[in-house]
Design a protein around this ligand. Structure first.
Ligand code: AHR
Length: 492
């Protein structure tokens, strides 16, 4: 029996709903076919947005969506994507497969999608190949309510009211596809851009996110926060989980993987905790007078593409292994909600660790989707300190703790989310809740089905949440977590 304790007397604060954010890039079939099918499509849509995708994302609870990249953001010129669709410039998507980008999905379409989803937009501006003026104009175009050249142009294009977009990214991966810059150079550029990204309404202040470090590049975080910290609200961090890490061209397959890669994936994803802690410590040390948050605005698994698909489209299936990765990372972000203010899974549809996959008019909800849905109650809730007794499990050098948890208290009650990482052994959980008053009921749900299980087109939904028996005992509850599972317990 593994003892767990949820301590109602200790909290790191509120779990920012934006920790459950997503990411949509002009990459492969994420935007086109995934989110947007256009006005003339036979696939049911509202103003061109896939109705089934919008409905599924709303049910899952999507608080925020990042766009248009990724690497694409630093080649994107927003003016190419406004005005009559038929006269928009056709460009080459040089980052992702060299395909034609017809710009039919631009600023108005993205903000219409966010309206339908009821989520916050997060726009990444072009620093790598754009100009300060271009970026500053984009903010004015979106947010200026009165008279101005940009507001006038927006109105001519059919949008009277400003959208008041709050979240703006100052470039993406400036150390790589966003300009191959050194930290010192980017920090100066970031100061310059941040200066000209204006507030147009004192009630709708914008939130500026600096392009952050790749994995463990602590020098980057230190330099950017030290040099530009006074002008930004947050700095980002990107970390992708791969089963094999020696060669980018050999990352391992998304399905049918050997047991050892199940465990190497989990081991590598657990590294996120060390990264979050180290970057947060540096931010605290160098932020000066202003509090700077950490936005993990790209995370998730990255495998070899599915055989026969375009290598530039990054399309991969999604198994229970990915569900475990999602559960572990969301637990980590919940437990570090004092510094992690946002996180964005890459990417929302048809790319990398997608929550949804589409094929023509068909839609699949992946195991990762279900984890986000089961964890929804953590959004905006009060994080509670939690601890679980673990043993190591794994294969060879890939040893991981068998259990991983987080907890919070929200309007629906206390939510305890727990993952059993062991692929063979069930785990008996005996969870004590301290300092939380009288809780008389417990309701359990579980996602399981074997580490390699996945949902495929036409195969029915094999992996989906089911009820899990949980016994209310004095001061807490007891339950048995199946091997390779993610569970959520709500106590009232
Ligand atoms: O998500 C795919 C790519 O990964 C993004 O475009 C880039 O920011 C990162 O390297």
């Amino acid at each position: 029996m593994a003892k767990a304790i949820v301590n109602g007397n200790r909290s790191k604060g509120t779990i920012n709903p934006n920790i459950y954010g997503h990411f949509s890039e002009h990459l492969g079939r994420c935007v086109y076919n995934g989110l947007y099918v256009g006005q003339d499509s036979d696939i049911p849509h509202v103003n061109g947005m896939r109705a089934d995708v919008v409905e599924a994302l709303k049910k899952m609870g999507i608080p925020l969506l990042r766009w248009p990249g990724g690497c694409f953001a630093d080649t994107y010129h927003w003016r190419d994507g406004i005005g009559p669709q038929e006269s928009r410039k056709k460009i080459v998507n040089t980052n992702w497969g060299g395909v034609t980008e017809d710009n039919s999905f631009g600023t108005h379409e993205f903000l219409e999608l966010c309206r339908q989803l009821g989520c916050q937009p997060y726009i990444s501006g072009n620093v790598g190949s754009g100009t300060v003026q271009e970026f500053s104009d984009w903010v004015e175009y979106c947010n200026m309510g009165g008279q101005s050249p940009m507001a006038g142009e927006r109105r001519q294009n059919g949008q009277e009211a400003p959208w008041n977009v709050k979240y703006w990214g100052i470039g993406n991966e400036a150390w790589g596809c966003g300009g191959s810059m050194r930290a010192e150079f980017y920090a100066d550029l970031c100061r310059q851009y941040a200066t000209y990204l204006r507030n147009y309404d004192s009630e709708h202040k914008i939130y500026k996110i600096a392009s952050g470090a790749n994995v463990d590049d602590y020098h980057w975080t230190k330099t950017v926060v030290e040099q530009a910290g006074g002008l930004i609200d947050a700095v980002s961090l990107h970390y992708y989980t791969r089963p094999r890490t020696k060669d980018w061209n050999d990352k391992g397959a998304a399905t049918g993987f050997p047991r050892q890669e199940y465990y190497s994936t989990l081991r590598n994803t657990l590294y996120m905790e060390e990264l979050v802690e180290n970057h947060s410590r540096i931010i605290r040390q160098y932020q000066g007078g202003r509090q700077v948050g950490l936005c993990v605005d790209e995370w998730g698994t990255w495998y070899d593409v599915e055989p026969g698909t375009n290598p530039g489209f990054l399309y991969q299936q999604n198994t229970m292994r990915d569900a475990l990765v999602a559960a572990i990372n969301l637990n980590i972000f919940n437990n570090h909600c004092d510094t992690v203010v946002m996180a964005n899974l890459a990417q929302v549809v048809n790319v990398l660790q997608a929550v949804l996959l589409t094929e023509g008019s068909k839609l699949v909800r992946t195991p990762t989707y279900h984890v986000f849905e089961m964890y929804q109650g953590h959004q905006g809730a009060k994080q509670l300190e939690s601890y679980v007794e673990t043993v190591l499990t794994g294969e060879g050098e890939n040893q991981v703790p068998n259990l991983h948890i987080s907890a919070s208290q929200g309007p629906e009650g206390v939510l305890v989310t727990a993952a059993n990482l062991d692929d063979k052994r069930p785990a008996q959980l005996d969870c004590v809740l301290a300092g939380l008053g009288q809780l008389s009921q417990v309701e359990g749900r579980v996602l399981t089905g074997g580490c390699g299980a996945f949902n495929d087109f036409g195969a029915g939904e094999i992996v989906k949440p089911a009820a899990l028996a949980a016994a209310k005992v004095e001061e807490g509850f007891q339950a048995v977590l199946p091997p390779c599972s993610v569970a959520a317990f709500t106590l009232r």
